[in-house]
Design a binder for this molecule. Structure first.
Ligand code: C2E
Ligand code: CA
Ligand code: CA
Length: 602
């Protein structure tokens, strides 16, 4: 039978506890029960220390030795030498006194201890006092329950709840907590802090083109670089897919936040290697100041988000501070956005039609369809007031569907009234053009209305054509395959070369109004217009001049051989009924080159 190990390697001054513990060790008091006790002591899956009242360790079981990192038999010290940190031992000894004084109560405490090798051991310590038959305290018993595993999984859970597993940064929850603390601190210390809200520009494109693994890698690299831009007291968190928040504590001036923003732009500019690609990252940053702009954490997050949104609007890769006027601007935008969403359901949109004429004769060869919004309070709005918002928010996609259907219906009417073929222009904005369902929407509209697609002319801008050449080219070819024609709108405002346009099945270009406005008086504009017309003709592309308002402009264009023209001189955009009346053969019999202008309604 195993003997309890003697703790006495060195000659210790003897206390009463040792005298009492001795029979237990010798196993001679109650032999049968002692043997069982002994066994329990040796094999218990819990650490047991017997201590005397001055803190000397009388006995330690193997579990305790193992837990505290002592080799078997080596734990032969005082409690102060055994437990690291010493506070654990000091607390136990003071608890011991209390327990002795107050009777057999058990004291519990939880400690993060360090084993001999420095490793971390979490322990629940139970302290009790063994007493004699006459209730005299004999020695203390310390039970050490190892709760390291529980603690670790608890901590892992906390990490999951407060940290982002991909980047190891704090998550939104952690950020919100820190933000609350920061607001509190700024109030207490009268200090100023800043909240930066970052959204990576075009991150979706990386994800879509290089795959999610590359996207993840990019996010991790961005996270590390962001951390490198701030001090250790500051917080960087990943609060959404490609959204990060930075909290700058105790900044000297509002300018300090902009300096950090510049540093961020700078570090992100250095290319990030993803597979075989080097990617430069840009970001838009919104900044709000605490307490200057508010002290409510939710409001502050909203402020910074709004400012970030504004930074995106300003062309990305820049920062914007939150301000009251910004707030007003964006609330207006938000209001328009909400109203736009309802406008479709409330049938507030309509199409107007502006005639396109043969430049020399004024004979109407078609119409361009233009969108109008009959706003319940503001009256009729032109696209300039809302089309960018519709684009940015994607509402344009639903609007576009309605436009296609409406214009195809109207085109059938117009052609019937004219009793001859007409070309009906439909403007397509960049967002619509990138939408894969555009062509099928058009096919639907064609099928439902029975319009011959050869009468349809899609107007896309030069910039759109050059932007994403592969996608655009595929789309242009699909539209051409339907039999429809493609016109380049606002020609001259972008960077395309006429030669390049040959690669696309383009039938016409529309020279932008800005060139037409000052002809023939402005020599440069006149020269450009003349050159564009000549070159287009050499490439068998017809030319439409936009915004023709005077007969002088018309004469100049006729002299240059410009095929078609459009402008207030020939007719303003008008509702479908007026356009039908204007195009009917009877109305045209007495037409002079400019008489369509008289029929204009708007
Ligand atoms: P755009 O395609 O260049 O359309 C020509 C614009 O010039 C129209 O403005 C038209 O009313 C105006 N205009 C026509 N003749 C003259 C003139 O002699 N002088 C002057 N100063 N202006 C003239 P509107 O209707 O306000 O449309 C503005 C822009 O909105 C259009 O430019 C087009 O890019 C876009 N848009 C219009 N309708 C639609 C639509 O149904 N869908 C899409 N996606 N965009 C549209
Ligand atoms: Ca147009
Ligand atoms: Ca145009």
């Amino acid at each position: 039978m195993g003997q309890l190990r003697h703790s006495d390697a060195r000659e210790r001054e003897q206390g009463s506890a040792r005298a009492i513990a001795a029979p237990l060790r010798a196993g001679n008091a109650r032999p049968r029960s002692s043997a069982r006790l002994n066994d329990t002591f040796l094999n218990a899956p819990i650490g047991i220390l017997l201590i005397d009242f001055d803190g000397t360790v009388l006995e330690a079981n193997p579990f305790a030795e193992d837990m505290l990192g002592f080799t078997p038999g080596a734990l032969d010290r005082t409690l102060l030498e055994t437990l690291v940190p010493r506070e654990a031992a000091i607390t136990l000894l003071s608890d011991l006194k209390t327990v002795i004084r107050q009777g057999g109560r058990v004291c519990r405490s939880e400690w993060q201890l360090h084993a001999r090798d420095g490793s971390e051991v979490w322990a629940n310590l139970h302290l009790m006092v063994h007493r004699s038959d006459h209730d005299a305290p004999l020695f203390g018993i310390v039970l050490l329950a190892d709760i390291t595993d529980t603690k670790n999984s608890q901590r892992a859970m906390e990490r999951l709840a407060f940290y982002d597993t991909l980047t190891d940064l704090g998550n939104r929850r952690l950020f919100n907590e820190r933000l609350t603390q920061t607001v509190e601190r700024s109030r207490r210390d009268q200090s100023r802090a800043a909240l930066l809200y970052l959204d990576l520009d075009q991150f979706k494109r990386v994800n879509d083109t290089l795959g999610h693994d590359s996207g993840d890698q990019l996010l991790c690299e961005v996270a590390a670089r962001l951390v490198s831009c701030v001090r250790s007291v500051d917080t960087v968190a990943r609060t959404g897919g490609d959204e990060f928040c930075v909290l700058l504590e105790d900044i000297a001036s509002p300018q300090a936040a902009a300096e950090v923003a510049s540093r961020i732009f700078e570090v992100l500019k250095q290319p990030i290697r993803l597979g075989h690609h080097d990617i430069g990252v840009t970001t838009s940053i919104g900044i709000t100041l605490i307490p200057d702009d508010g002290t409510d954490p939710n409001q502050l997050l909203k402020n910074a988000d709004l400012a970030m949104y504004r930074a995106k609007e300003q062309g990305r890769n820049n920062h914007q501070y939150y301000s009251e006027s910004l707030h007003a601007h964006l609330s207006h935008r938000l209001q328009v956005e909400q109203e736009l969403r309802q406008a479709l359901a409330r049938s507030e949109f309509s199409m107007v039609y502006q005639p396109v004429v043969e430049t020399a004769t004024g004979r109407v060869i078609g119409f361009e369809s233009l969108l109008r919004w009959g706003h319940p309070e503001l009256g009729t709005l032109a696209p300039g007031d809302f089309i960018t918002i519709a684009e940015d928010t994607g509402i344009i996609i639903d609007m576009g569907r309605w436009i296609m259907q409406q214009v195809c219906e109207d085109a059938v009417q117009l052609i019937r009234h004219a009793g001859r073929p007409l070309s009906i222009g439909i403007n397509v904005s960049p967002r619509q053009f990138r939408d894969a369902s555009l062509v099928s929407e058009i096919e639907h509209a064609i099928a439902r209305t029975g319009i011959d697609p050869r009468h349809l002319e899609f107007e896309i801008t030069e910039t759109m054509l050059m932007h994403d050449i592969e996608t655009t080219s595929a789309m242009v070819h699909r539209l051409a395959a339907l039999g429809a024609r493609i016109t380049i709108d606002d020609f001259g405002t972008g960077y395309s070369s006429l030669n390049y346009l040959r690669k696309f099945p383009i039938t016409a270009i529309k020279i932008d109004q800005s060139f037409i406005r000052d002809i023939p008086t402005n020599g440069d504009d006149s020269a450009i217009t003349a050159a564009v017309i000549a070159m287009a003709h050499r490439l068998h592309v017809t030319v439409v001049a936009e915004g023709v308002e005077t007969t002088a402009q018309q004469r100049f264009l006729v002299a240059q051989g410009c095929d078609f023209a459009q402008g207030y001189l020939f007719g303003r955009p008008m509702p479908i009924t007026d356009a039908c009346a204007a195009i009917a053969p009877r109305a045209l019999t007495s037409a002079t080159p400019t008489s369509a202008a008289a029929a204009s309604a708007q």
